[in-house]
Design a protein around this ligand. Structure first.
Ligand SMILES: [Zn+2]
Length: 487
């Protein structure tokens, strides 16, 4: 059989701190790794920079936090590929100027027979993106017609900017693949799954409005419906309960404003069209390049987001899909997620009451609700979700589950010490239980079990996540132990 694909996500800082050869040695020897997901561009601590500033550093790398980390493009910028977008080139990260992650890493990875994939983060909520000239001209628009602080998928300049990065990387470097990451759930999912910021419920920009009109959707009624849904959401968040209950009053809104559903589908299609464009553009530049996506953790938690992310449809424009199956941090994250939805759509129930039904809807079987933060999810969760994905894509693309190696369970924000953590109304998984309770921690055996479970579920590979700079070495060895057992 073909060799199992074992990738690891790694940012520029690790190679700069520890050296390219020593890092690749560790990956091969400890993790059984044969592929790299190289994070660029990225503006999020999820994949860029060292360990989160308020957590202990792992047992490798420079023992110093990078409080002023900003992020950006860690490859050389080739301005000729960025024509036609007012955002200009994907600018160099201020860290490691003159150091090109692809130029430094690709030759040695290739010599070792390791594949190299560019991990492209959309990072749409990152405040650093606001530094871009003309940023305000590419923004989403909220239900009151006010610009919101994120790029819109349907904005031509934003689309062109992303496709320019794809062309730059595909043509300038000998990459084996591109992986694109966008952690956004869409307006209706946000409204249902917890308290929202009104500016998070989007998009009604002129480009989205035009697509809506082409589909025969009444834009005025859609905006009105969203304004009423935001009012419903904020009433529930403040503890107020409609006489007919949270769920019935929400369903009535859907009956009165089917445009709410239509707009969520418009949103999902728009994100998917950017996938299709990235896929086609990358292949046009380099036919053999492998193109795939990160499907974020909400697919494990939200039946509504899961319904949007139809694997059969995704497989029509994918060579691979990295499905987030982070088992350990899923415990604290889902605990928070259930708490949040019980402040919105399921406000008629307590989290402990809603949780067993959610498990059934999601085809999961995990620990009792109150134990979740300390137990995490099981390896069996990885197997179940992998099987579902493998069956879903019907053999048209590969499934590479994302495996949890020391993903923080306390602090999910992208914050530096001097900037605020993003509020709810963004990815919806800002989560993390914020008290000092004993939270689940990754173990060597747990990681080994998760990797084995992924392959038992039929995966063609795994992606060790989220970034090497937050993983302890012994935890990485757990993945290697699984790979050796399988070979
Ligand atoms: Zn828009």
């Amino acid at each position: 059989m073909t060799e199992r694909f074992v990738a690891i996500q790694v940012g520029a800082v690790s190679f700069v701190d520890e050296g390219v050869s020593p890092v690749l040695d560790i990956f091969q020897e400890r993790g059984g790794v044969n592929a790299l997901f190289l994070a660029t561009p990225t503006w999020t601590r999820g994949t860029g920079g060292r360990q989160l500033p308020d957590l202990p550093l792992p047992d490798h790398g420079l023992q110093e936090h990078d409080f002023d980390w900003v992020g950006g493009n860690y490859a050389t910028v080739h301005p000729e590929f960025y024509g036609g977008t007012m955002l200009g080139a994907a600018g160099r990260a201020p860290e490691h100027p003159g150091w090109d992650i692809f130029a430094e890493v690709l030759p040695e990875a290739k010599a070792r027979g390791m594949k190299s994939i560019a991990w492209i983060e959309e990072s749409s909520y990152a405040p650093e993106l606001r530094r871009y000239p003309n940023f305000p001209k590419c923004l989403e628009v909220d239900a009151w017609g006010r610009p919101a602080p994120r790029f819109c998928f349907n904005n031509p300049d934003y689309r062109t900017w992303h496709l320019s990065i794809v062309e730059d990387y595909a043509k300038s470097y000998d990459l084996d693949g591109l992986a694109w990451c966008s952690e956004r759930p869409g307006p209706l999912n946000l409204l249902m799954q917890g308290p929202v910021q009104p500016s998070g419920v989007t998009c009604f920009c002129p480009h989205c409005q035009k697509i809506a009109r082409d589909r025969g959707i009444d834009v005025r009624r859609a905006q009105e419906g969203h304004r009423k849904a935001i009012d419903w959401n904020s009433r529930l968040a403040s503890g107020d309960r409609p006489r007919d209950g949270a769920f019935v009053s929400f369903w009535r809104l859907l009956l009165e404003y089917p445009e709410l559903l239509a707009w969520q589908t418009l949103w999902t299609d728009s994100q998917r069209q950017l996938y299709r464009d990235i896929y086609g553009v990358a292949k046009a530049c380099k036919p053999e390049i492998q193109v795939g996506w990160h499907v974020y953790h909400n697919i494990s938690f939200s039946p509504f987001y899961r319904a949007d992310q139809d694997y059969a449809e995704l497989s029509r424009f994918s060579d691979f899909i990295k499905v987030v199956n982070y088992d350990n941090c899923a415990g604290p994250r889902f605990h928070t997620w259930v708490e949040n939805i019980c402040r919105s759509l399921f406000a008629d129930a307590t989290p402990a009451e809603a949780y067993p039904l959610l498990l059934k809807l999601l085809q999961l079987d995990e620990a009792a609700y109150e134990e979740l933060p300390s137990t995490g999810f099981s390896a069996d969760y990885v197997r179940r979700e992998t099987e579902r994905a493998v069956e879903g894509v019907e053999g048209r693309c590969h499934i590479y589950p994302g495996i949890d190696l020391d993903i923080p369970t306390r602090h999910q924000g992208s914050a530096r010490r001097d900037k605020p953590v993003d509020a709810l109304g963004t990815t919806g998984i800002s989560g993390g239980v914020s008290n000092d309770a004993e939270l689940a921690q990754c173990t060597r055996d747990g990681v080994k079990a998760a990797v084995l479970a992924a392959f038992t579920g039929g995966a063609q590979g795994v992606v060790l996540s989220r970034k090497y700079s937050e993983m302890r070495l012994d935890i990485l060895s757990g993945a290697g132990a699984a790979v050796r057992e399988l070979s």
